[in-house]
Ligand binder design. Structure first.
Ligand SMILES: Nc1ncnc2c1ncn2[C@@H]1O[C@H](COP(=O)(O)OP(=O)(O)OP(=O)(O)O)[C@@H](O)[C@H]1O
Ligand SMILES: [Mg+2]
Length: 262
């Protein structure tokens, strides 16, 4: 019976995937309520020798705003990549919404990543598309219907304060405005977490503060924000939890921290 054979189980998963789901469910119970991200004894080595992160044990609560600081090479981007599952830990486990990321099958990885909005230093906008079209495009490729796009894009551009620049091309926007388009694009899938890696790296101090204010606003609307930054002003303006990394280790974790090297 071919047809019956195709019904694998209630979630339509391969047995191996189902097993991984079961492990994930069991592991899920280990993580306390309200914890959105947990790193449990995480170590990340590259090429079998160089250790970029070590002994990382921490939890991030739903709705938190966390700044990750540390010298160049301290492991900030690697930390964010582990959360996005762009890198997997060499030892230990990263949990997202209670689920161990190691148990997510490759097929389900895009769903995990869609829960996370990303903002990076080098804003990659499509140069031949307007601000509106850049944000709309990200919805189009994920198959959103036109009505939804027409409704959501103006709303999101309004949140980032770009309603009046919707029809401008990237070359007609300042660096700060371009970064706001990137933030709008990061918000379209209504992520529960935003990870921002040096989002102000290419901006002047005024534009940088605008971006932090926007991250704070997004956070206030309920999204967990994880910001990796070198910028003292930016981190102090956020005035939220600061985790300091030094050569791959957490050397400070302050609930209402200031930028410092401990
Ligand atoms: N794919 C990789 N292969 C080998 N080594 C890597 C890889 N990615 C990162 N590293 C190393 O891991 C260390 C941490 O890198 P990471 O990019 O996380 O630092 P960072 O704190 O983000 O630095 P920066 O402030 O310069 O962005 C660095 O020494 C880096 O060279
Ligand atoms: Mg980095």
């Amino acid at each position: 019976m071919e047809e019956q054979g195709e019904i694998l189980n209630e979630n339509n998963l391969e047995p191996e995937e189902q097993q991984m789901e079961d492990v994930a469910e069991a592991e899920e119970k280990k993580v306390a309520d309200g914890v959105i991200i947990k790193l449990d004894n995480v170590k990340k080595s590259f090429n079998g020798d160089f250790t970029a992160l070590e002994d990382i044990d921490l939890e991030i609560q739903e709705g938190e705003f966390v700044s990750i600081v540390g010298a160049s090479g301290a492991g900030k981007s690697t930390f964010l990549k582990l959360i996005y599952a762009e890198e997997m830990p060499t030892e230990g486990e990263v949990y997202f919404e209670g689920k161990p990321l190691s148990a997510i099958s490759r097929r389900k990885l895009p769903f995990h990543r869609r829960r996370i909005g990303t903002v990076f230093q080098d804003f990659k906008l499509l140069p031949k598309k307007t601000a509106f079209e850049n944000v709309a495009y990200a919805m189009e490729v994920s198959g959103a219907p036109t009505e939804e796009i027409m409704e959501d894009v103006p709303q999101i551009l309004d949140i980032v304060g770009l309603s009046d620049k919707m029809d401008k091309y990237p070359r007609e926007l300042s660096g700060g405005e371009q970064q706001k388009v990137v933030m709008a694009r990061a918000l379209i899938h209504k992520p529960i977490v935003i990870i921002a890696d040096e989002p102000t790296g290419n901006l002047d101090p005024v534009a940088s503060l605008e971006i932090v204010k926007l991250l704070l606003k997004i956070n206030k609307l309920g999204t967990t924000v994880i910001l990796a930054s070198h910028d003292r002003e930016v981190v102090n303006k956020a005035a939220k939890r600061v985790i300091v990394l030094d050569r791959g280790r957490v050397i400070c974790d302050d609930a209402r921290g200031k930028y410092k090297m401990c």
